[in-house]
Design a protein around this ligand. Structure first.
Ligand code: FE2
Length: 144
């Protein structure tokens, strides 16, 4: 599947570039194709992989009882990624069946690189994408 990156905000789209970026509303022309963006980041080293690959747990949860829901819990790194002023996790994005649904955006101040998403699906593929300001893009795919 093709991968397009918004040059304005760093958002990734799978498949085709959208008419408008769903995160920063930049026009289609702001998207640049780079199908090897995840492989490029992982060329780093084994410590880089341990510190950057999203760890994902999915489960049924009682918080949302109004409809079907899955709780998608994410932390960045089997070895927790640092959150320093010059080196931190910028965002964690959630996709369902390749379609962007939500972003958790971080500052390096007083927070761990972890978040929860509550999605309306109980089947399909969840993709978590994270961006480190120094070490680029990393992903984990989970089938519900
Ligand atoms: Fe990093």
């Amino acid at each position: 599947m093709e991968i397009y990156i918004c040059k304005v905000c760093g958002h990734i789209e799978f498949g085709t570039a959208p008419d408008v970026c769903p995160v920063c509303h930049a026009a289609k022309a702001a998207f640049q194709k780079n199908n090897s963006i995840f492989e490029d980041s992982a060329k780093d080293n084994s410590e880089g992989i341990k510190k950057h690959t999203p760890c994902v747990i999915t489960r049924k949860d009682a918080l949302i009882e109004e409809g079907p829901s899955t709780n998608v819990k994410v932390r960045i790194g089997e070895v927790l990624h640092p959150m320093l002023e010059n080196h931190f996790i910028h965002f964690i994005d959630c996709y369902i069946d390749g379609k962007f649904t939500a972003r958790a955006e971080f500052s390096p101040e007083a927070i761990y690189p972890a978040t929860d998403f509550y999605i309306t699906k109980t089947s399909g593929k969840v993709t978590i994408v994270e961006r480190c300001n120094l070490h680029g893009y990393w992903r984990t795919d989970v089938n519900l």
